[in-house]
Structure formats: C-alpha cells, structure tokens
Design a binder for this molecule. Structure first.
Ligand SMILES: Cc1cc2nc3c(=O)[nH]c(=O)nc-3n(C[C@H](O)[C@H](O)[C@H](O)COP(=O)(O)OP(=O)(O)OC[C@H]3O[C@@H](n4cnc5c(N)ncnc54)[C@H](O)[C@@H]3O)c2cc1C
Length: 415
C-alpha cells in the first residue's frame, strides 16, 4: 500500500519538516503533504531570540530546508494553510478553505503557542510574545539603545531577549513571580548563576511579584506591578510559558493530557495518527512516564522517529531531553529530566572571576544518582553527561566527590 499511500503532516515547523525529510530518506514513495498555517516555509526558532535579535544570524540560515527542497523531494508543502478539523472516521483533514484531504497516516506536529497575560492593557501595541519570525522582526526593530524593555517572565526566552536587548544598549527590567530566574527548571543553586549573569550586565530584576496592568495610550508606556511599582516601558515582551496546540486533537477525540498523549512509538490513541515535537506528551521508556518536551532537539529527533514509526519500523523514542541556551558570554547545554533532587554537584566554579565567564558543569543528583547535567562554556561533553544521566535514571549511583573533581575525566565515573 505504501507507494500509493498519502501521509499528511499538520504543522510545518521543525518536527514536521524533519518528518517529511525522513519519509523520503527512508524511501517512502507515496504522497507527503506538509500543512502549515504560517506564511514561511519551515524554520528553526532558536535564532529568533538570539542571532536574529543580535543581527549575527542571517535570515537565510534559519530555514530547515532550501526553498527548492520541497519540490525536489516531492513534498507538497502548503504554507498559509490552516487545518481546522480531523475527521477520523473518514480519515480526512479539513482545511480552512473547506478542502478535505484524505490520509492513510497522519502526523500532528502542531507545536505550541505562547501563553498570554490576562491583565488590562495586554493588547496594547508594543506588548508582544515571541514565537514566529514576524514576532522576532518587530522585537528586533524595538531593541535600540534608547529602548526601555520590560520582560515579563524569567524563563529561557525572556532571558535570551533580555541579553540581546542589553547587547543593543536598551534598559532592561525583568519581572518574575518566582524568587529567581529559571527557578522551576534549574532549582535555586543554578538559577542564582543566571541571576548573577544578568545583573552583571545591568539587568534589573523584580522577583516575587506579578503584573497588575499594562498602561499606555495606543502603545504601552508603563507596567504596573502587583506591589504598586510602576516601570517605564516602550516595549514589553511576555514570556510566561507556552501551551501545546492540542485543539485539533481534542476536537477529534484523541487522548490529550498536557499535550497529545502517545506511546514510545509516538502513536496516539488512534492507530493512524502520530504526534511529535512540542505538542506530544510521549511515553519515555527510560523515565517510565510520559513527558512533554518543549525543546529544539525533541522536534529535530522526534519528527524523524514518528516518520519511521509511520513507515512501520520498530521505533522506541528514548532520547534524553536536551536543550541549549546562549546568553551574553554564557553558552550552555542541559541533558536529563528532574522531578526531585536532593543536591546539586558543581564541577568547576560557577562564579565569575575577574569578569571572565565561568566554565563549569552542574549535576542534579538524587540518592547519588545523576538525573540531569548541564555544561556551561565547557563543550563536547554531552555524550558523557548523557551516559551518567542514563545510568542515574537506571538506578546507578556515582561517587559525588569524584563527580565534582574536574581532574577526573567524566568517562571514568562509570568505570
Ligand atoms: C524564540 C524561541 C527560542 C527558542 N530557543 C530554543 C533553544 O535555544 N533551545 C532549545 O532547545 N529550544 C528552543 N526553543 C524551542 C524550540 O524552538 C521548539 O521546541 C521547537 O520549535 C518545536 O518544534 P515543533 O515543530 O514541535 O513546533 P513548532 O516549531 O511550534 O511548529 C509547529 C507549526 O505548526 C503550525 N500549526 C499549528 N496548528 C496548525 C494548524 N491547525 N494548521 C496548520 N498549521 C498549524 C504552527 O503555526 C507552527 O508553524 C525556542 C523556541 C522559541 C519560540
């Protein structure tokens, strides 16, 4: 059936584009239709808050494939095309112009959408979130040395925008309800490193406080905090998290719970429908639970894994969650998954000495087992960190004194 089959992919982001590529690389000869509501062909989002804002990444470098790749590979890419429904009984997707497309197998890679702020003034001009190329363009235009930027939410994207804005000379204030940036993801020990990093670059933080109102006439001019503080602002970027685009799946009656629920093959509760990338809450065999991963590497690898699964190959998607970030002179990678830890072990000194960026690793440990590891300004150690994390989640403890000792190669820890 395969060569006469039609595989439809909903969501022309990284996961969807990489899935289409894998279908062709694996020799699938049927029809591949890739549907995306954005006007652009698939692109990667990490540069949107880094190189595109800094002006160091040319726009042509953000695309997943050259413009001619889709036609050359017989992938029917339809941009500016929104899917409005899935008819599971008929195995059709319905497009916004009413067209119905039949599928033999369907992949949902619909990604996610930034959460908005539910306060008066959130719709003022100059109050933006960052998800698309268009968002990045208008934020980039606003980041001049005279700008007053208020970032709401000290997560990865908010902090990266803060860093880019400071590098343009803008005045930057970050507002966060928690006590530290990235506190929920990293815990206090490593979150403090990021607070220090941004303070060193003259970012002002307001922690433990929310936003009551955004004020202005037409365009935002100030932000009123819940403690009564008023901050001057000509641009506000809201980075308070994302929610998976599950509406289509929900309306079609697929199992949804913090994302579209899949097994380790990335198969949903419908035997003809798969999901990958930000939108999927996939069973992770090593962690023994479902996880939804909102990171680039999961789209890069999950899309292809789903494609192979659609082709009937034996797939068990067991990649460790991995992400990276770049802020000022600190580049980092993180591998693993932590629900609960009892200590953080540092290898190297996370403190800034004489203005030099720190080089260190940090490990989140429970009962001597490494559950996650981060390398900051230290490179080519991801494989070794991931080996430690896999062993840790598999139940194996390591000697923590050795773990913290930079003189002992990481590879020696597992014997
Ligand atoms: C600014 C920014 C910076 C980031 N930086 C990093 C980083 O440094 N490191 C890292 O690990 N991760 C980073 N990420 C996260 C990473 O980019 C995402 O995890 C990744 O883009 C997810 O890919 P995806 O293909 O699953 O979804 P998306 O990239 O969201 O693509 C989904 C696509 O589906 C489309 N769509 C949705 N519904 C429909 C529909 N009904 N019909 C048609 N099309 C539809 C959407 O419009 C979208 O184009 C960043 C994200 C952003 C926004």
């Amino acid at each position: 059936m395969e060569n006469g089959a039609t595989f439809v992919i909903v969501g022309a982001g990284l996961a969807g584009a990489k899935a289409a590529q894998t279908l062709r690389e694996e020799g699938f000869g049927g029809q591949v239709i890739l549907l995306g509501e954005e006007p652009d062909r698939p692109y990667e989002r990490p540069p949107l808050s880094k190189g595109l804002l800094l002006g160091t990444t040319p726009r042509r470098d953000v695309y997943v494939h050259d413009a001619g790749w889709y036609e050359a590979n017989n992938v029917d890419l339809r941009t500016a095309t929104r899917v409005t429904g899935i008819d599971r009984a008929a195995r059709h997707v319905v497009l916004d112009d009413g067209e119905r497309l039949g599928y033999d197998k369907l992949l949902l890679t619909a990604g996610s959408t930034p959460r908005s702020l539910d306060v008066p003034g959130a719709d003022l001009d100059g109050v933006w979130s960052l998800r698309t190329l268009a968002d990045s363009d208008r934020i980039a235009d606003a980041l001049t040395e005279h700008a007053h930027l208020v970032v709401i939410g000290a997560g990865w994207i908010g902090l990266e925008i803060a860093a880019a804005a400071r590098q343009h000379g803008a005045a930057v204030t970050v507002v966060e309800t928690a006590d530290l940036p990235l506190q929920r993801v990293l815990g206090d020990e490593v979150a403090r490193v990021f607070a220090d990093l941004h303070r060193r670059h003259d970012v002002t933080f307001h922690f433990g406080v929310g936003v009551r109102q955004l004020r202005g006439t037409g365009r935002v001019s100030s932000v009123l905090l819940t403690d009564g503080t008023q901050l001057a602002a000509d641009t506000v970027v809201v980075g308070v998290g994302i929610q998976p685009n599950v509406q289509l799946a929900e309306a079609a009656g697929l199992k949804v719970d913090n994302g579209i629920v899949t097994d380790a093959r990335l198969l949903t509760s419908d035997p003809h429908i798969y999901a990958a990338g930000d939108v999927a809450n996939a069973y992770h065999p090593l962690l023994g639970r479902h996880i939804r991963v909102e990171h680039w590497a999961n789209a890069l690898n999950g899309g292809p894994a789903a494609a192979r699964s659609m082709l009937g190959q034996q797939v068990e998607y067991a990649r460790l969650p991995y992400f990276f970030s770049d802020q000022y002179d600190l580049g980092m990678e993180y591998s693993g998954w932590v629900d609960d830890y009892d200590r953080v072990v540092f290898r190297g000194d996370p403190a800034v000495v004489d203005g030099t960026a720190p080089e260190f690793m940090a490990f989140w440990v429970k009962d001597g087992r490494v559950l996650a590891g981060m390398n900051a300004n230290v490179w080519d150690v991801t494989d070794q960190i991931q080996a430690l994390v896999r062993a840790g989640h598999g139940g194996r403890a390591v000697d923590l004194a050795t773990l913290s000792d930079p003189r002992v190669p990481l590879g020696d820890l597992l014997g």
